[in-house]
Design a protein around this ligand. Structure first.
Ligand SMILES: [Zn+2]
Length: 217
Protein backbone atom coordinates (compact mmCIF):
# COMPACT_ATOMS: atom_id res chain seq x y z
CA UNK A 1 0.00 0.00 0.00
CA UNK A 2 1.17 3.51 -0.79
CA UNK A 3 0.91 6.33 1.78
CA UNK A 4 -0.97 9.50 0.86
CA UNK A 5 2.34 11.32 0.27
CA UNK A 6 3.49 8.56 -2.06
CA UNK A 7 0.11 8.66 -3.81
CA UNK A 8 0.46 12.39 -4.47
CA UNK A 9 3.88 11.84 -6.03
CA UNK A 10 2.62 8.97 -8.21
CA UNK A 11 -0.31 11.09 -9.34
CA UNK A 12 2.00 13.99 -10.25
CA UNK A 13 4.30 11.67 -12.24
CA UNK A 14 1.32 10.15 -14.09
CA UNK A 15 0.02 13.62 -14.94
CA UNK A 16 3.42 14.72 -16.27
CA UNK A 17 3.92 11.52 -18.29
CA UNK A 18 0.46 11.88 -19.84
CA UNK A 19 0.78 15.60 -20.63
CA UNK A 20 4.50 16.10 -21.30
CA UNK A 21 5.57 12.58 -22.27
CA UNK A 22 7.93 12.25 -19.29
CA UNK A 23 8.39 13.46 -15.72
CA UNK A 24 11.59 15.02 -14.38
CA UNK A 25 12.58 15.75 -10.78
CA UNK A 26 12.37 19.47 -11.61
CA UNK A 27 8.83 19.18 -13.03
CA UNK A 28 7.64 17.16 -10.05
CA UNK A 29 9.18 19.68 -7.65
CA UNK A 30 7.39 22.51 -9.47
CA UNK A 31 4.07 20.66 -9.56
CA UNK A 32 4.13 19.73 -5.86
CA UNK A 33 5.86 22.96 -4.74
CA UNK A 34 8.76 21.09 -3.14
CA UNK A 35 12.55 21.32 -3.44
CA UNK A 36 14.44 19.07 -5.86
CA UNK A 37 16.26 17.50 -2.91
CA UNK A 38 13.01 16.40 -1.30
CA UNK A 39 11.75 14.99 -4.60
CA UNK A 40 15.02 13.13 -5.24
CA UNK A 41 14.82 11.42 -1.85
CA UNK A 42 11.26 10.31 -2.60
CA UNK A 43 12.26 9.06 -6.07
CA UNK A 44 14.84 6.79 -4.45
CA UNK A 45 12.20 5.56 -2.03
CA UNK A 46 9.58 4.90 -4.75
CA UNK A 47 12.23 3.12 -6.78
CA UNK A 48 13.08 0.84 -3.83
CA UNK A 49 9.37 0.04 -3.52
CA UNK A 50 9.31 -0.99 -7.19
CA UNK A 51 6.82 1.74 -8.15
CA UNK A 52 9.11 3.66 -10.51
CA UNK A 53 12.35 3.14 -12.43
CA UNK A 54 14.76 5.85 -11.37
CA UNK A 55 18.36 6.49 -12.36
CA UNK A 56 19.73 9.74 -10.84
CA UNK A 57 20.40 12.39 -13.49
CA UNK A 58 19.16 10.00 -16.19
CA UNK A 59 15.42 9.92 -15.70
CA UNK A 60 12.45 8.30 -14.10
CA UNK A 61 9.37 6.43 -15.26
CA UNK A 62 6.37 4.80 -13.60
CA UNK A 63 6.53 1.02 -13.45
CA UNK A 64 3.34 -0.96 -14.05
CA UNK A 65 2.48 -1.12 -10.34
CA UNK A 66 3.19 2.57 -9.85
CA UNK A 67 1.05 3.50 -12.81
CA UNK A 68 -1.86 1.39 -11.56
CA UNK A 69 -1.55 2.91 -8.06
CA UNK A 70 -1.59 6.41 -9.59
CA UNK A 71 -4.62 5.61 -11.75
CA UNK A 72 -6.43 4.33 -8.65
CA UNK A 73 -5.95 7.68 -6.93
CA UNK A 74 -7.12 9.55 -10.03
CA UNK A 75 -10.19 7.29 -10.16
CA UNK A 76 -10.97 8.01 -6.51
CA UNK A 77 -10.45 11.75 -7.00
CA UNK A 78 -12.74 12.03 -10.00
CA UNK A 79 -15.50 9.78 -8.65
CA UNK A 80 -15.49 11.72 -5.37
CA UNK A 81 -15.79 15.02 -7.25
CA UNK A 82 -18.72 13.69 -9.24
CA UNK A 83 -20.38 12.26 -6.12
CA UNK A 84 -20.06 15.61 -4.33
CA UNK A 85 -21.63 17.43 -7.29
CA UNK A 86 -24.32 14.94 -8.33
CA UNK A 87 -25.41 13.51 -5.00
CA UNK A 88 -24.37 16.10 -2.43
CA UNK A 89 -25.12 19.13 -4.64
CA UNK A 90 -21.79 20.86 -4.22
CA UNK A 91 -20.86 23.33 -6.94
CA UNK A 92 -18.16 22.14 -9.38
CA UNK A 93 -15.94 24.99 -8.14
CA UNK A 94 -15.97 23.59 -4.58
CA UNK A 95 -15.07 19.96 -4.97
CA UNK A 96 -11.40 19.76 -5.97
CA UNK A 97 -9.90 20.56 -2.56
CA UNK A 98 -12.35 18.19 -0.85
CA UNK A 99 -11.37 15.43 -3.28
CA UNK A 100 -7.66 16.09 -2.71
CA UNK A 101 -8.15 15.03 0.91
CA UNK A 102 -10.79 12.33 0.48
CA UNK A 103 -8.96 10.55 -2.37
CA UNK A 104 -6.54 9.06 0.17
CA UNK A 105 -9.08 7.75 2.65
CA UNK A 106 -12.12 6.24 0.93
CA UNK A 107 -12.12 2.43 0.88
CA UNK A 108 -12.58 0.37 -2.27
CA UNK A 109 -15.98 -0.74 -0.96
CA UNK A 110 -17.19 2.81 -0.38
CA UNK A 111 -15.86 3.92 -3.75
CA UNK A 112 -17.58 1.09 -5.57
CA UNK A 113 -20.88 1.98 -3.88
CA UNK A 114 -20.45 5.60 -4.98
CA UNK A 115 -19.63 4.43 -8.51
CA UNK A 116 -22.80 2.30 -8.54
CA UNK A 117 -24.99 5.16 -7.21
CA UNK A 118 -23.64 7.38 -10.00
CA UNK A 119 -24.42 4.73 -12.65
CA UNK A 120 -20.77 3.83 -13.43
CA UNK A 121 -19.93 7.23 -14.96
CA UNK A 122 -17.10 7.81 -17.44
CA UNK A 123 -16.36 11.51 -16.80
CA UNK A 124 -16.06 13.78 -13.76
CA UNK A 125 -17.85 17.16 -13.41
CA UNK A 126 -14.95 18.97 -15.13
CA UNK A 127 -15.04 16.66 -18.16
CA UNK A 128 -12.01 14.58 -17.15
CA UNK A 129 -12.23 10.85 -17.89
CA UNK A 130 -12.57 8.50 -14.91
CA UNK A 131 -10.21 5.49 -15.08
CA UNK A 132 -12.22 2.25 -14.90
CA UNK A 133 -11.80 -0.39 -12.19
CA UNK A 134 -8.98 -2.02 -14.10
CA UNK A 135 -7.11 1.26 -14.36
CA UNK A 136 -7.96 1.85 -18.01
CA UNK A 137 -7.98 5.57 -18.79
CA UNK A 138 -9.39 6.84 -22.08
CA UNK A 139 -7.85 10.25 -22.66
CA UNK A 140 -10.14 12.97 -24.01
CA UNK A 141 -9.12 14.38 -27.38
CA UNK A 142 -9.21 18.19 -27.08
CA UNK A 143 -7.21 21.37 -27.63
CA UNK A 144 -6.31 24.12 -25.20
CA UNK A 145 -8.55 27.14 -25.81
CA UNK A 146 -5.41 29.30 -25.65
CA UNK A 147 -4.00 27.48 -28.70
CA UNK A 148 -6.97 27.50 -31.08
CA UNK A 149 -7.73 29.96 -33.89
CA UNK A 150 -10.98 31.88 -34.43
CA UNK A 151 -13.93 29.55 -35.05
CA UNK A 152 -16.71 27.52 -33.39
CA UNK A 153 -15.96 25.30 -30.40
CA UNK A 154 -17.50 23.14 -27.69
CA UNK A 155 -16.19 22.94 -24.10
CA UNK A 156 -14.84 19.43 -23.47
CA UNK A 157 -13.11 19.84 -20.14
CA UNK A 158 -11.98 22.51 -17.70
CA UNK A 159 -9.13 22.39 -15.20
CA UNK A 160 -10.57 21.54 -11.79
CA UNK A 161 -7.91 23.45 -9.85
CA UNK A 162 -8.90 27.04 -10.47
CA UNK A 163 -12.16 27.76 -8.66
CA UNK A 164 -12.20 31.39 -9.89
CA UNK A 165 -12.42 30.15 -13.49
CA UNK A 166 -15.18 27.66 -12.58
CA UNK A 167 -17.15 30.42 -10.84
CA UNK A 168 -16.67 32.71 -13.84
CA UNK A 169 -18.03 29.97 -16.10
CA UNK A 170 -21.02 29.62 -13.74
CA UNK A 171 -21.76 33.33 -14.04
CA UNK A 172 -21.55 33.16 -17.81
CA UNK A 173 -23.63 29.97 -17.97
CA UNK A 174 -20.91 28.11 -19.85
CA UNK A 175 -20.80 24.38 -19.04
CA UNK A 176 -19.17 21.22 -20.32
CA UNK A 177 -20.74 20.66 -23.76
CA UNK A 178 -21.51 24.38 -24.12
CA UNK A 179 -20.80 25.89 -27.54
CA UNK A 180 -19.35 29.28 -28.41
CA UNK A 181 -17.42 31.17 -31.07
CA UNK A 182 -13.89 32.49 -30.67
CA UNK A 183 -14.54 35.80 -32.42
CA UNK A 184 -11.17 37.44 -31.86
CA UNK A 185 -7.77 36.43 -30.62
CA UNK A 186 -5.23 39.08 -29.65
CA UNK A 187 -1.95 37.32 -28.87
CA UNK A 188 -0.09 40.55 -28.15
CA UNK A 189 -2.63 41.64 -25.52
CA UNK A 190 -3.02 38.04 -24.30
CA UNK A 191 -6.79 38.20 -24.73
CA UNK A 192 -9.39 36.03 -26.36
CA UNK A 193 -12.91 37.17 -27.20
CA UNK A 194 -15.71 34.62 -27.20
CA UNK A 195 -19.32 34.97 -28.24
CA UNK A 196 -22.44 32.90 -27.67
CA UNK A 197 -25.60 33.30 -29.70
CA UNK A 198 -26.63 36.96 -29.80
CA UNK A 199 -25.00 37.78 -26.47
CA UNK A 200 -22.31 40.38 -25.92
CA UNK A 201 -18.73 39.21 -26.42
CA UNK A 202 -16.82 37.99 -23.36
CA UNK A 203 -13.14 38.62 -22.88
CA UNK A 204 -10.91 35.99 -21.40
CA UNK A 205 -7.17 36.15 -20.67
CA UNK A 206 -5.09 33.58 -22.54
CA UNK A 207 -3.73 32.25 -19.24
CA UNK A 208 -7.26 31.34 -18.09
CA UNK A 209 -8.15 30.13 -21.58
CA UNK A 210 -5.23 27.70 -21.25
CA UNK A 211 -7.17 25.96 -18.49
CA UNK A 212 -10.10 25.20 -20.80
CA UNK A 213 -10.07 22.44 -23.42
CA UNK A 214 -12.30 22.46 -26.47
CA UNK A 215 -13.14 20.61 -29.66
CA UNK A 216 -14.15 22.10 -32.96
CA UNK A 217 -17.86 22.13 -33.75
ZN1 LIG B 1 -10.00 17.71 -8.85
Amino acid sequence: MATSTEENYLKAILHLEDTKGAATVGDIAAELELTSGTVTTMMQHLSEKGLIDYVPRRGLKLRRHGRLAALKVVRRHRLIELFLVEIMKFDWSEVHDEAEDLEHVVSDLLLDRMDEMLGRPTHDPHGDPIPDRNGKLTLVDSSSLAEVEEGDYRVVRVSDENSALLEWLNQKGLKIGGEFTVSRKDRAAGILEIQRGGEAALQLGLEMAGRMYVEEV
